[in-house]
Design a protein around this ligand. Structure first.
Ligand SMILES: [Fe+2]
Length: 569
């Protein structure tokens, strides 16, 4: 808080002259874990006191619980496919008033320009947004992304007040091996928060990783893993977004062993708009925690003060003098369903769009693939052809081999439940195209394409004929990226994502409607409900999830970290 603000607020607090009072609330104090029936006084968006206050402008809470606004400790805004302003519009009514975001996706597309753009799009919103700078761009050396970011590149952003520290250090092999550029990054951020990302890392390798600097982890999938990482001094973020592995087991373990919860927080990582709308956001994790036996005030503290403390966030995460008036009101302490949310002391209107800063030109028109045609998607076959087999309801795949149908020249044709998959490099028009065979997508008479293709976000396209696959790719090239479903040379559904090919600047309702149209069109081509075909497609090019993936460089065996065959061009 600035000296000017203080000289105005101190007399108001002393004389008891707020500009808003929330009356008759059961106020949750996360420091002492007490609940007190009282009033909260607010001036200039700041809590100036809790107690016997009154003023002309009063909000009657009618005995409801009042908690600090929730904090998401690790989230990729881009995964919502909308701009930060629209994301704020969706999560604020769920009670999340602060986030720690990692702009890893837009950085992989647009590098430093991407970082500048997302910072610009996030300024002066009612949502309190902080950033961790992405540590792993590109994510892997097995694909081509739009940019790479060195320690020096990241250092340029350290003076920005929205920047906290270094984002999830996913490349844990480089950390444990002591790779030079990785160590340079860790040193540069040595006095700042550094997010870890070390699924299943244990023993001496985990010790080496912790020693190197990462201080949090959001990848735990079972209780022993959580406990070992806590012992090693890590703050644990329990994640419930698109992935939620082992969450109930972890809560059960914490309760059974009466483990201290002060170094455990919550995060969503990736969660789609529709799921946030229907299920909730951080409040959903609070409710799951409580349902597994975590005491409500502990769960609320995990979602607020613990996260603020872990990331050094100032003046959020509690209701006390000098804290921002980010507040959530709800009736049932065991099932947190926000009935009113205040952001900086202003009541959030869940139906009012939040105006977005203009999208910088630098992140528009980001799709630059070299010209491609059906000839470029031809795939020579061999007797034991490697095939990507999808697994129902999971993002993991299996590597199988088999005889695949071919034309008279020995090129693969889509038949018998097999489809063609292609990944087309789209950042620097290099002409790299990977082509493979996928089982389990069930596409007939068309193609589905996306420029959301983790983590390098090239064009990924699946289909049963080369003409539609090329048409789908071209459609995205023309509109600057997004998702499309095409059939017989006709666009059946299209969600344009003009911001880096990842996010839409259209209203939230438009994006949700188009997502629904895409799903219907994908189902009309034969995609089943075993897995959301759009989500599945977005992950088929990510060469870190077992067992097999396709990148623009070729078909990649994740278990051996080697290519089964290289790209056709
Ligand atoms: Fe993440």
């Amino acid at each position: 808080m600035k000296a000017g603000d203080l000289s105005r607020l101190i007399p108001l607090a002393r004389k008891g002259r707020p500009d808003l009072v929330i009356r008759n609330a059961r106020v949750i104090n996360v420091f002492t874990k007490e609940i007190t029936e009282t009033n909260v006084a607010i001036a200039d968006g700041t809590v100036i006191g809790v107690g016997n206050y009154s003023c002309e402008n009063e909000y009657n809470a009618h005995g409801a619980y009042l908690a600090p606004g929730f904090i998401d400790g690790h989230v990729h805004i881009e995964s919502s496919m909308v701009t930060p302003a629209s994301f704020a519009q969706v999560i604020l009514p769920k009670g999340t008033t602060s986030i720690v975001a990692d702009p890893h996706e837009i950085a992989n597309v647009a590098g430093k320009e991407g970082l500048r753009a997302i910072l610009a799009l996030s300024r002066d919103l009612p949502l309190d947004i902080h950033f961790m700078l992405p540590s792993c761009v590109p994510a892997t050396p097995f694909e081509h992304s739009g940019a790479s970011l060195s320690a020096d590149d990241l250092a340029e952003f350290l003076d920005d007040p929205m920047v906290l520290g270094l984002g999830e250090v996913m490349d844990y092999p480089s950390v444990v091996a002591g790779a030079e550029d990785m160590l340079k990054k860790l040193e540069r951020f040595g006095d700042r928060p550094i997010d870890g990302h070390a699924p299943m890392l244990t023993g001496k390798a985990l010790n080496a990783y912790c020693l190197a600097g990462p201080r949090t982890d959001h990848e735990c999938s079972n209780f022993p893993e959580l406990k070992e990482k806590l012992r090693n001094g890590m703050v644990i973020l329990i994640r419930m977004g698109s992935a939620a592995n082992g969450v109930t087991e972890m809560f059960d373990g914490i309760v059974a062993e009466n483990l201290p919860t002060d170094r455990i927080c919550f995060c969503t990582d990736d969660k789609h708009l529709e799921n946030i709308r229907t299920e909730g956001h951080i409040n959903h994790i609070v409710n799951v925690a409580i349902s597994r036996g975590i005491r409500p005030l502990d769960a609320i503290r995990m979602a607020t003060l613990n996260t603020a403390t872990a990331y050094g966030l100032k003046r959020v995460g509690a209701i006390a003098p000098g804290y921002r008036a980010n507040l959530v009101l709800f009736d049932d302490l065991h099932t947190v369903v926000p009935k009113a949310v205040f952001a900086n002391g202003t009541l959030v209107d869940p139906n009012a769009p939040i105006p977005s800063p203009a999208v910088p030109e630098s992140v528009k028109n980001s799709v630059h693939a070299a010209p491609f045609g059906p000839e470029d998607l031809k795939l020579s076959t061999k007797p034991f052809m490697p095939i990507i087999e999808t697994v129902p309801h999971q993002l993991m795949t299996r590597l199988v081999t088999g005889i695949v149908p071919t034309d008279e020249n020995g090129y693969f044709i889509s038949e018998d439940g097999l489809n063609k998959l292609a990944v087309i490099e789209r950042h620097h028009a290099t002409g790299h195209i990977g082509v493979g065979v996928v089982e389990g997508m069930h596409i007939k008479g068309g193609a589905i394409a996306a420029t959301v293709a983790h983590d390098s976000h090239n064009i990924v396209v699946v289909g049963d004929n080369d003409a539609d696959m090329c048409f789908a790719g071209e459609t995205l090239q023309k509109c600057g990226g997004g998702f499309t479903v095409v059939s017989n040379g006709e666009v059946k559904a299209l969600l344009e994502l003009p911001v880096a090919g990842l996010m839409s600047d259209a209203p939230v309702e438009t994006v949700l409607k188009k997502q629904q149209e895409l799903l219907l069109a994908a189902h009309a081509l034969g995609a089943d409900d075993a897995c959301d075909p759009l989500v599945l497609l977005s992950f088929l090019a990510l060469p870190v999830i077992p067992e097999v993936r396709l990148t623009d460089c070729g078909l990649f065996d994740v278990r051996t970290m080697s290519f089964l065959y290289n790209s056709v061009s």
